[in-house]
Design a protein around this ligand. Sequence first.
Ligand code: ADP
Length: 623
Amino acid sequence: MIKSLLIANRGEIACRVIRTARRMGIRTVAVYSDADADALHVRMADEAVHIGPSPVRESYLVGEKILAAAKASGAEAVHPGYGFLSENAAFAQAVIDAGLVWVGPRPASITAMGLKDAAKKLMQDAGVPTTPGYLGEDQAPERLKAEADAIGYPVLIKAVAGGGGKGMRRVDAANAFLDALQSCQREAASSFGDNRVLIEKYILSPRHIEVQVFGDTHGNIVHLFERDCSLQRRHQKVIEEAPAPGMDATTREAICAAAVQAARAVDYVGAGTIEFIADASDGLRADRIWFMEMNTRLQVEHPVTEAITGQDLVEWQLRVASGEPLPKRQDELAIDGWAMEARLYAEDPAKGFLPSVGRLDHCRFPQGGIRIDTGVEQGAEVSPFYDPMIAKLIVAASTREETIALLRQGMAGVAVWPVKTNAGFLHRTLAHSQFIAGNVTTGFIAEHQDELVPADRPGDLLLKQAARAIVAEQGTAAPLTGFRLNAVPHRMVHLDVDGETYVVEADRAPYASVQISAMGSNGALVTQDGMSVAAFVRRGTGAAGGVAGDGAVLAPMPGRIISVDVSEGDLVIAGQKLLTLEAMKMEHTLTAPFDGVVAELGATAGAQVQVEALLARIEQAER
Ligand code: ADP
């Protein structure tokens, strides 16, 4: 077994790998850029090596720096995580040439699967069904168009070197083909330095089904069943699950066998994923599921497979890289229950899912019965340099219904501020009847966007609950007698939320599904269904002294009370003198902010008071 491991990655995946390596007694080495100097993965590792400035092209993507870090730290092996250099055959080769262990497939397998057209051809030769389409060498526009016409519209033009959802164009009719081709070729040339394309039949009710495979250096290959990653936004996975809803045993056997065949065709070693596209217009049928591509690395969504099989895939990777045989034979692997993962992103659904960067001043994840894979903690910075994923929430249960309910419950407990997240959006998705029914194609989010994106402004319930929380917090903090919160008929509070002012009546009772965190004594973070709203009391600063919108009369400065002119229970009118404060050798008269009742008096004549001390509280008169 390897004894030390450098993780050539950051964030949650680096933390994930470190966790298993540590459990196996392997010394871990992290690498980090300037922006990550204080990151969780750096603190978790036994050792950490700085590899340069924050931009990935100057740090995490520079193979030589990673190799130098491995040398300097004496690491024996390199785990690439996902993204970054994980599917870079030249880097894998450089690791091996440096005498280190590469925790991944042979470089030749990465190359074979690296280009979409070559991979598809290889799969056709291996007898694996592929999406109907054109893979030819002839890239003349007229020829490509003739092929598209023959396939029948709609078609999908794909850059052969494409990835990450880039370099794809859907074409619905013959007369739109040439324009789409040109724009796809332009994007392919600038993004991938290769303008060649292939053409596929566009599948109209597509579901994304993928199979986890694993190979070892002794020629064994197994599959660990399928995942369904159809819930995507712009070809990026959002919620993943295993097994796939509606997959019967025969169909499962067929596609898992095809996946093993595909892996065998490239002598696969380590963790890999065979991605298929299914035409789900008539349920999942083996003759309507086609090979799309292979990812020659561990996937973001690997935890759902771990959950249904009870295996630790990172441990499998490390054992295989150490030359051990696969931990289990195919007949020792089975599906137990259901699992689902949701990706929590720092982004603002109400603003077109724009990334939301900044400090995570408040960051709380649900506790208990839920796996949280994350690379951040409260106080960490979501930086513009990297992927804005904050965490993955993973749940498992015996049925799909239970799994959804648990994940939805977990999502409701995510409280993040002031960075915006997609938690509310995910919560709504998990509550959608079509999702619950398992009727999800890759177009689901686009089709239901309006129902899934929460409103931009906080709802009444959250505002009233925030007001209640603040009133209650101040009630316990203020040195008062006779404070009777429940007996108060009207308590209007002026709240500042995201730069807007709201005047709301505080609720009198808490609401079961609303979670509250105090933000000092004059603010509250209220969270419901994954939506977090931070509300602060708006403080008035009139000449008469500090008067909060909720009728609290506060000391504008430290001083001594020289007279109290009213008693508790007195009726007062707006502007009526309540007390006199002496401060800085001057007398300040404090008056009633509006007509009402003196509900509380917090001061007696002669007392010394601190700034912002609550001197009196006026309740609005009952109407
Ligand atoms: P990338 O390598 O950029 O991730 P893929 O080939 O894996 O590209 O495709 C990404 C996504 O695009 C798939 O998950 C699926 O949603 C969609 N897609 C790919 N091929 C087709 C097709 N022939 N018809 C319909 N949708 C497709």
